[in-house]
Ligand binder design. Structure first.
Ligand SMILES: [Cu+2]
Length: 150
């Protein structure tokens, strides 16, 4: 009976293997992408996202968006007793891990906003990654524009 159940399991395993073989390399996914609606009169705002990777390590090397002239990646650090933000070139995401960009932590900054963004709209953000083999990957995210205070 033990042998029989092992045989019955085999087709499920084969199906799982062929699925991952198709993609061949790291697979990216995201959740909870958002951009804060800018404070009236300002052309700068922040945003966040949770990016996960399966199947390999990647480096997030940059982001662009049609809502902003420039998108930067920022980290927060203590400086003379106060939290200050600082631009960074990249973020590493290890296989199976999730990078969280959020308020109060690592986050995205949007400069030279080209449109009057308001809550409820959708902003497209395109993220670029490099794999360990030097390949470039892109993740297209749709970010919800959130009202200040949400
Ligand atoms: Cu910042």
């Amino acid at each position: 009976m033990k042998r029989l159940s092992a045989l019955l399991l085999a087709p499920a395993l084969i199906a799982a293997c062929s699925q991952s073989a198709e993609t061949d390399g790291p697979v990216l996914s995201y959740e909870d992408a958002f951009v804060m609606a800018p404070i009236a009169g300002r052309d700068v705002t922040m945003g966040g996202i949770e990016i996960s990777v399966e199947g390999g390590n990647v480096t997030l090397t940059g982001a662009i968006s049609d809502i902003a002239g420039t998108v930067e990646m920022h980290t927060m650090e203590m400086n003379d007793g106060s939290m200050q933000m600082r631009p960074v070139e990249s973020f590493e995401i290890a296989d199976g891990e999730t990078l969280t960009l959020e308020r109060g932590g690592n986050h995205l900054m949007f400069f030279s906003l080209v449109e009057d963004l308001s809550a409820g709209e959708v902003a497209n953000i395109s993220f670029s990654f490099e794999t360990e083999t030097g390949e470039t990957l892109t993740l297209e995210a749709e970010a919800e524009v959130r009202a200040q205070g949400e």
